[in-house]
Design a protein around this ligand. Structure first.
Ligand code: ATP
Ligand SMILES: Nc1nc2c(ncn2[C@@H]2O[C@H](COP(=O)(O)O)[C@@H](O)[C@H]2O)c(=O)[nH]1
Length: 202
């Protein structure tokens, strides 16, 4: 089961969600692992699609009940990957993409050594700050925490199998698709699955 996991990580604002959404929109066979979080819902976010939004009591009850594959406190909020959700998704998908912070990725790596680890790097610290500010989702405090955390996160880039420098969305999306498809084909070469991935011509 672990071979089917694609762990996408990197600092807040690097473009992980943007690239995952864009890639999964173009290819078939892959699903996104929707995490649980205690963070406030942002305008436009949909419960059950972007995250499952829950309060802290529910989060810690679920944690105590062993419902999480991994969990972490990230930039002051709690996030977790649900065991049940990924087990269900894996029944219908060839590969499952997880968007997790760097400490979460490193924790998952201790258990799932055959998963594929992909780091999304912003072109520069200035670009990272500009993107986070332009997204308009963070308070000044939250922005500062995220930029500070980025230093430590980027220092762990070497622990990942692939690094995608997210300069242009289209180019980075194509690089992410290349990794997902190539790694999946490598695994499926002795399966009887049809090697067909694209929804439409790229
Ligand atoms: N290549 C790019 N060029 C310019 N802007 C980008 C690029 N990629 C993403 N963005 C923008 O940067 C902002 C941050 O992107 P996104 O929300 O995908 O980051 P993230 O890594 O998922 O962040 P978080 O970890 O906080 O969820 C968004 O407003 C997005 O539209
Ligand atoms: N360890 C985990 N990290 C997660 C999970 N889901 C999301 N994240 C990471 O949190 C930050 C912040 O996300 P935001 O949506 O509040 O901007 C980001 O780095 C995500 O990758 C999870 O289940 N586990």
């Amino acid at each position: 089961m672990d071979g089917l996991f694609y762990i996408v990580s990197g600092p807040s604002g690097a473009g992980k969600s943007t690239l995952i959404k864009s890639a999964l929109d173009k290819i078939i066979g892959f699903s996104f692992s929707v995490s649980y979080t205690t963070r406030e819902k942002r305008p436009g976010e949909i419960d059950g699609k972007d995250y499952f939004f829950i309060d802290k009591n529910t989060f810690f009850k679920m944690k105590e009940d062993g419902e999480f594959l991994e969990w972490a406190e990230v930039h002051g909020n709690y996030y977790a990957t649900s065991k049940k959700f990924i087990e269900e998704k894996l029944k219908e998908s060839r590969g499952l993409v997880l968007d997790v912070d760097v400490q979460g990725a490193l924790n998952i790596k201790k258990i799932y050594k055959n998963a594929i680890y992909i780091f999304i790097l912003p072109p520069s610290n200035e670009d990272l700050e500009k993107r986070l500010r332009k997204r308009g989702t963070e308070s000044q405090d939250s922005l500062e925490i995220r930029l500070k955390d980025a230093e430590w996160e980027i220092s762990h880039m070497k622990d990942f199998d692939y690094v995608i420098v997210n300069q242009e969305v289209e180019e980075s999306t194509n690089q992410l698709i290349s990794v997902l498809v190539a790694e999946q084909l490598k695994r499926e070469r002795f399966d009887d699955k049809t090697p067909f991935f694209f929804k439409k011509q790229l």
